[in-house]
Design a protein around this ligand. Structure first.
Ligand code: FDA
Length: 307
């Protein structure tokens, strides 16, 4: 219930104005977001890549103007050039949301998002790194997979995300576990109806394990995106059974969440990648993070009351 309310609030302009205007929000946002500019992102990338890998997200989503989508492309191109200049492109890639690249524009949204994503892929290739396309709500799953399929014709290293809470995902894993694929498996962060998604945690976790089995026994590169210690242990076990070395899959976690576990896995020789968001459009991302853990909201509420 609470999670649904926060996800609804993440799309409300009124709530956005309210939360963005609260001075007490900033320190809590800083826990999940690396700062507003490329310099902040670069600083965090340098720190994290001493023992981990990074995927950078220039925050933004649900773009409704073509000029804004163009600005997002420019931001990613600038970021990728900066990573290359700093010698970090072998340890840092980028994650992009197609809704930030114009998919929701009223005319030719998918086509515009594809062309914009292509420009980012060209810049990534030039920098010597990769791109992963994030997954958004279930109404966009087919569109995302279609666009990723087209991108992979020219850029076979483009990865994408599958969400274990969707009933369709085990089938998608089977379809997408072929040679060269890079699939990030996460639980899913949106509020989806029972007709398309598992709603109970136990069912989502069981689906996650079934999907992991498919990906680990497939021929692609699984990216295990979870902070859940039980699923991390199961992933390690499945990887061993599938004969995968530590280089043939990776763990992924979000910036600011379970950093101790990220470091522990990295110290044990696992590949660990941190999803590192930065930028001024932090509101929807932040609200989804609050919704994932009631303790986050309680912390936020205490900060508000104390201000
Ligand atoms: P779960 O929510 O069960 O949490 C397990 C434990 O992790 C908790 O008990 C707590 O200790 C810790 N934890 C989890 N979330 C926390 C939080 N917000 N604050 C503090 N502690 C927390 N989703 C999506 O729909 N599309 C996408 O493209 C992506 N991309 C993505 C990339 C990466 C690298 C990650 C790690 C996650 C995503 N997600 C995502 C988000 C994902 O779907 C999911 O909402 C979160 O990862 C939380 O789920 P867990 O698997 O961590 O399990």
């Amino acid at each position: 219930m609470l999670r649904s309310a926060l996800i609804a609030a993440s799309r409300s302009p009124r709530c956005r104005a309210l939360v963005e205007g609260l001075p007490v929000a900033r320190p809590i946002v800083d826990r999940f977001v690396a700062g507003t500019g490329v310099a902040d992102a670069l600083r965090a990338t340098r720190e994290l890549t001493t023992d981990r890998l990074v995927t950078l997200d220039h925050l933004g989503e649900d773009t409704t103007e073509a000029a804004q989508a163009d600005a997002t492309v420019d931001a990613y191109r600038g970021l990728l050039a900066t990573l290359a200049d700093a010698g970090l492109a072998d340890r840092a890639e980028v994650s992009v949301k197609l809704s930030a690249l114009g998919r929701a524009l009223p005319v030719d949204g998918d086509k515009i998002a594809l062309e914009n994503a292509r420009l980012i892929c060209v810049a990534a290739a030039r920098a010597g790194t990769t791109v992963t396309v994030d997954m958004e709500d279930h109404t966009t799953t087919d569109s995302t997979l279609g666009i990723v399929r087209e991108l992979r014709v020219d850029f076979p290293w483009v990865g994408t995300v599958l969400q274990a809470y969707l009933r369709r995902t085990e089938g998608d894993c089977a379809e997408l576990a072929g040679p060269g694929s890079r699939i990030r498996l996460c639980k899913g962060a949106y509020d989806e109806p029972g007709s398309v998604a598992f709603r109970r945690k136990a069912d989502v976790d069981a689906s996650y394990v079934r999907c992991l089995k498919v990906l680990m026994s497939g021929q692609g590169y699984p990216m295990v995106a979870t902070h859940d210690p039980r699923l991390i242990a199961i992933a390690e076990d499945l990887a061993t059974r599938a004969g995968r070395s530590e280089r043939e899959y990776e763990f992924q976690m979000l910036f600011g969440i379970r950093a101790d576990e990220q470091q522990r896995l990295a110290a044990e020789g696992r590949r660990v990648r941190v999803y590192l968001p930065y930028g001024s459009e932090w509101y929807p991302y932040f609200m989804r993070r609050l919704g994932e853990r009631p303790a986050n909201l309680a912390f936020f509420a205490r900060a508000l009351l104390g201000s």
